[in-house]
Design a protein around this ligand. Sequence first.
Ligand SMILES: CC(C)(COP(=O)(O)OP(=O)(O)OC[C@H]1O[C@@H](n2cnc3c(N)ncnc32)[C@H](O)[C@@H]1OP(=O)(O)O)[C@@H](O)C(=O)NCCC(=O)NCCS
Length: 171
Amino acid sequence: MHNITLRNMSLADLDQIVIMEKLCFTLPWPRGAFEGELTQNGMARYLVAEIDGQIVGYAGVWLIFDEGHITNIAVHPDFQRRGVASALLTRLLSNAKACGIESCTLEVRRSNLPAQKLYEKFGFLPEGVRKGYYTDTKEDALLYWKRSMSEINETYDWVIVEEEEEEHGEQ
Ligand SMILES: CC(C)(COP(=O)(O)OP(=O)(O)OC[C@H]1O[C@@H](n2cnc3c(N)ncnc32)[C@H](O)[C@@H]1OP(=O)(O)O)[C@@H](O)C(=O)NCCC(=O)NCCS
């Protein structure tokens, strides 16, 4: 088992996040979108995962009353298939549950089978379709919901290293 650190995202992380965003998505979020999330959106919570000091993944959620809306999850291509997303999702969902979230939702491209499998492992189920949701290819989004937060599946093989919470000041 190896060590992974999960911690809150800060503005200082954005150089690395923006590079990974371009590696992982055909419609990457620009830096300003992350800046807005970290500094202006009181509902947003973003985590990063680090291995040996390198950011290898990140994930975010909006906490809207009792609903969690997962906005983003990505793992650097060199670190995929090693349980990083599972570790992030487990922590994101556990934190959301601790904040009173009772169900969680997200959108995923119809063609994105790896992400769909990941979400299904965590108890998300497809409940609907948003036709032509993605502006680049007009691909449909599948709308997934996790209706019960009672079970959060911990399937990763990492030792989570807790980090002292630093004062970033911007969040
Ligand atoms: C989707 C993504 C976040 C998964 O990250 P990851 O760290 O590789 O995922 P994990 O190693 O935790 O995998 C957990 C489960 O997800 C599923 N999964 C992940 N990658 C998969 C792949 N390439 N093919 C099939 N299933 C896959 C499997 O069920 C896997 O469990 P298993 O390894 O026991 O079979 C990653 O592929 C990624 O960053 N993709 C590009 C960005 C993206 O599509 N994000 C989602 C937007 S909705």
